[in-house]
Design a protein around this ligand. Structure first.
Ligand SMILES: *[C@@H]1O[C@H](CO)[C@@H](O)[C@H](O)[C@H]1NC(C)=O
Ligand SMILES: *[C@@H]1O[C@H](CO)[C@@H](O)[C@H](O)[C@H]1NC(C)=O
Ligand SMILES: *[C@@H]1O[C@H](CO)[C@@H](O)[C@H](O)[C@H]1NC(C)=O
Ligand SMILES: *[C@@H]1O[C@H](CO)[C@@H](O)[C@H](O)[C@H]1NC(C)=O
Length: 335
């Protein structure tokens, strides 16, 4: 406030010097007060503008949303991937979760995972992870539970933005939606998915103990299909994670496949997705939402690029989108 002080000093010692003992009747004092108010106002405007250039209003919105839509992230990793993969996830997007927990088959100093040993089958591991999170310390009915792989890149802020239109008491889960040849819906296991607290409760308390609702056999890589079947048997809805323009937010493959080139039907994993996508895919492309949430990372050092360009870079002159309230709102909103 150096300017303010110098103005005050100028008037106090200038030729219109005022009497402190008789302040209320002095016109000079009124003038001084107005000037002070004006300077203060200018100062506040300057503060507000510099705040805007730093993206401060967006940050304020994010702080409020972070309280309102709380996300507990579960990240699945393995001992042999801790150093090459897991730590890079920990050092980038996981800090945007309200809380997070790595789950692994081995311990690690930096990741501090919950360790699940002697479970070679993926489906048995998944069941154990969900049960552990529900039963031991981590459950909160206000939370959403993100279940991600160590090679997913997740924009947690956009996930909150999507989820703010839902209540964690709804029995619902979201992800990259597929269907089996028998027309059962499930979320692609290679992508991340998010469960409401009610969905987690139903899975752990109703589905897990009951073999007629939810298989207790080994299922290996079909764990994601089994999870979908169990969820539908306990009446948990497979939600639509697309935005109001039907653009996709949970992208199954690497960012460059979705925003740069296109899928390749001769690649086995792309073909699997193309055959099973719940939503029709035209021309080997998924329309990508401007509020996209999840991608796969093939080459791990890329995760730092993704993180920098999604969370840290400032684009000079960029303005706020007016559509911000409507991207996941009621379906009748048009672009
Ligand atoms: C799959 O299920 C959906 C919704 O239940 C239905 O609309 C659709 O016709 C079914 N498709 C096939 C091939 O059975
Ligand atoms: C398991 O689920 C089936 C089908 O909903 C139900 O009939 C049965 O009573 C359940 N068993 C137990 C032990 O809860
Ligand atoms: C698609 O994948 C196949 C098998 O990897 C490869 O030979 C082919 O060049 C790819 N096509 C395009 C258009 O990238
Ligand atoms: C939706 O996706 C299409 C195709 O990628 C794109 O042209 C359009 O700008 C996207 N719209 C929004 C609002 O994200």
């Amino acid at each position: 406030m150096p300017r303010q002080l110098s103005v005050r000093r100028f008037y106090l010692s200038g030729k219109n010097k005022i009497s402190i003992s008789n302040p209320c009747h002095s016109r000079t004092l009124q003038c001084l007060w107005r000037l002070l108010l004006l300077v203060l106002l200018c100062y506040l405007i300057v503060l507000w503008q510099s705040g805007q250039q730093d993206g401060a209003p967006a940050l304020v919105a994010d702080v409020a949303l972070r309280q309102r839509v709380q996300i507990f992230c579960i990240i699945v990793t393995y001992g042999h991937r801790h150093e090459g993969v897991g730590v890079h996830v920990k050092r980038t997007w996981t800090k945007h979760c309200n809380q997070y927990l790595f789950v692994s088959d081995d311990s690690h100093e930096e990741l501090e995972p919950a360790v699940f040993m002697h479970r070679p089958d993926k489906w048995q591991r998944m069941r154990a992870h969900m049960e552990y999170v529900y039963k031991y310390h981590y459950f909160d009915e206000n939370h959403w539970f993100l279940y991600a792989n160590d090679d997913n890149f997740v924009v947690v802020e956009n996930l909150r933005f999507m989820l703010q239109h839902h209540n964690s008491n709804e029995p619902i889960y979201f992800g990259c939606k597929l269907r089996t040849p028998q027309n059962e819906t499930y979320m692609y296991g290679a992508s991340a998915m998010v469960l409401s607290s009610e969905a987690l409760v139903r899975f752990v308390l109703q589905a897990l103990p009951n073999a007629s609702l939810c298989s207790q056999e080994d299922h290996g890589d079909a764990a994601d299909e089994q999870f979908g079947i169990c969820m539908s048997n306990v009446k948990v809805l497979a939600g639509d994670s697309r935005d109001v323009w039907s653009n996709h937010t949970f992208l199954p493959f690497e960012a460059e496949v979705h925003v740069g080139s296109r899928m390749n039907a001769s690649l086995e994993k792309h073909k699997y997705f193309l055959d099973r996508s719940y939503y029709e895919v035209h021309n080997l492309r998924l329309p990508v939402s401007k509020y996209s949430i999840s991608y796969h990372v093939e080459y791990m050092p890329d995760i730092y690029d993704l993180y920098y360009f999604t969370h840290l870079v400032n684009i000079f002159g960029q303005i706020q989108h007016k559509d911000i309230q409507n991207a996941f709102g009621s379906a009748d909103v048009k672009p």
